[in-house]
Write a new protein. Structure first.
Length: 276
């Protein structure tokens, strides 16, 4: 995305992040609000893919952090529900072509593309959710997490965001990935396009992801290659008091046509009777 029109705001935000007294200036407050509004509209993202590599924009994340300082607590009423917080909820969902099932929640300052569905889940500020993606029941998309198009976040999935430190990469789920029920992905882990995580997979930056498809194991950390199928596993580790099974993840193969058939139900779930 083109950041050239935000250079003045960028300079004010970076200065205020180092010296919070500058938030007393109206120009700085306006810059923070302008950037968060741009994130909300999808004009800016905290992370962009440039020449095949994901690039994190620390100053955009700094703006989100400063927004918590600038924003004031307020009572918000949504039908029968009442909230007391600094960040309002996203509005005009019908016009944006986004289906949200009560009590699903999308916070202002996140962007959800047309055609996405949010069941009773949660999308936090700074996050980006691509079109055709399903955020299923009780799934959470953490602050600044980047979710691609056509992704399915199954029931109870936890996607960490990584708002701080500002320079750290957020969790990234690339296009058409399938994240199984109750899986957890945190600490900036990246899931490649069309990858499949089985139910209950837990991935942190230090979790060993062991490729067991060859004659010898290959250990990777922090990312799941495109179209890989990963399931929960454990491996024995020795401690002074004895040997114990420690959690890991096993890369057991590549996504095949049979795998696609098992996930094709998502296409039905994404269809809903309004124009998008």
């Amino acid at each position: 995305m083109d950041h050239s029109t935000f250079q003045d705001a960028k300079a004010l935000i970076e200065a205020a992040y180092e010296d919070r007294t500058q938030l007393e200036q109206n120009a700085t407050k306006d810059a923070v609000r302008t950037v968060v509004d741009a994130i909300d509209r999808g004009v800016l993202r905290v992370c962009d893919k440039v020449d095949g590599e994901w690039v994190t924009h620390a100053w955009v994340k700094q703006a989100i952090l400063l927004y918590f300082v600038v924003a004031e607590m307020a009572v918000m009423e949504m039908g029968p529900f009442e909230f007391f917080d600094k960040i309002p909820l996203k509005k005009n969902l019908k016009e944006q072509g986004v289906r949200v099932v009560p009590p699903g929640t999308i916070r202002y300052g996140s962007h959800v593309e047309r055609g996405a569905v949010v069941m009773p889940g949660y999308v936090n500020i700074g996050a980006y959710v691509g079109g055709g993606t399903m955020v299923d029941t009780w799934a959470t998309v953490g602050s600044c997490a980047q979710i691609g198009k056509g992704v399915h976040l199954s029931g109870g999935v936890g996607i960490g965001g990584v708002l701080e430190p500002a320079q750290a990469a957020p969790v990234i789920i690339e296009d058409n990935a399938f994240i199984g029920s109750r899986s957890i992905v945190v600490e900036g882990v990246r899931i490649g396009e069309e990858a499949v995580l089985g139910a209950g997979v837990v991935l942190t930056a230090s979790t060993p992801i062991i490729d067991v498809t060859g004659e010898e194991e290959v250990i990777i950390k922090g990312q799941v290659p495109a179209r890989s199928v990963v399931v929960p596993g454990s491996r024995v580790k020795s401690f002074p008091s004895g040997d114990y099974h420690m959690p890991c993840a096993l890369l057991i193969g590549q996504r095949r046509e049979s795998t696609d058939q098992k996930t094709s139900l998502n296409d039905v779930l994404r269809e809903f009777a309004i124009q998008v």
